[in-house]
Design a protein around this ligand. Structure first.
Ligand SMILES: Cc1cc2nc3c(=O)[nH]c(=O)nc-3n(C[C@H](O)[C@H](O)[C@H](O)COP(=O)(O)O)c2cc1C
Length: 196
């Protein structure tokens, strides 16, 4: 299994970092690209470094490197997650503006009918944002907003982060224990073993 993971400059860069940590733990090959503002948001929003984030990935590419393998449909990957996805990158994907490696690799996934999951983070959403989400969804893209559920009884911010990341991993059929699944009854979710 080979997954492209793109981090962009939306708030919630920790979602992308957690995804890379989970893939590493689960021994899934990850191909990382970070936009300039993703790197800046690592500094702004976390105590981590871009170097640490790069170290989590199997391979790393610069967002300006249009000659990277993931820029071509002939390089086989199972899919791609843009997590978090800024409204700018969402617009680039929706309108096929392949001027960065992130938007190009996403466009490759669409044209090759590979799984592409975008995890948008913005609020409130304008009509333009919503139109772009509809446009990508009409092209087979999974729009998975960074909206954690509460039915698994989250106790920490990590629990909320893990719910969004776990839902993203579910889209690729990757087994994980990032959150307790709903089993149908009050308090049942609490009994499951989860990775905290
Ligand atoms: C601290 C911070 C938080 C931001 N949060 C968001 C956000 O939640 N959603 C969004 O679309 N843009 C957000 N932005 C703006 C993007 O970083 C900006 O539009 C940038 O150009 C996105 O470029 P990229 O998609 O290439 O990363 C934020 C910027 C900063 C500095």
């Amino acid at each position: 299994m080979q997954i492209v993971v793109a981090l962009t400059g939306a708030s919630g860069v920790i979602y992308g970092i957690r995804m890379l940590e989970a893939l590493k733990k689960l021994k899934v090959e990850s191909h990382l690209v970070m936009s300039e503002w993703a790197e800046k948001n690592i500094e702004i929003e976390t105590d981590l470094t871009a170097e640490y984030v790069r170290s989590l990935a199997s391979r790393y590419y610069d967002d300006s490197d249009m000659a990277a393998p993931i820029s071509s449909g002939s390089f086989k990957v199972n899919g791609m997650a843009v997590i978090p996805c800024s409204m700018k990158t969402l617009s680039g994907i929706a309108n096929a503006v392949d001027d960065s490696l992130i938007t190009r690799a996403a466009g490759v996934c669409i044209k090759e009918s590979r799984k592409l999951v975008v995890v948008p983070r913005e609020t409130p959403l304008s009509r333009i944002h919503l139109d772009n989400m509809v446009k990508v969804a009409q092209n087979g893209v999974i729009v998975l907003p960074a909206m954690p559920g509460f039915y698994h009884r989250p106790r920490t911010i990590d629990d909320l982060i893990n719910h969004v990341v776990g839902k993203t991993l579910d889209q690729f059929g990757i087994e994980h224990k990032l959150f307790a699944r709903w089993t149908g009854g009050k308090n049942l979710a609490k009994k499951q073993v989860i990775d905290r």
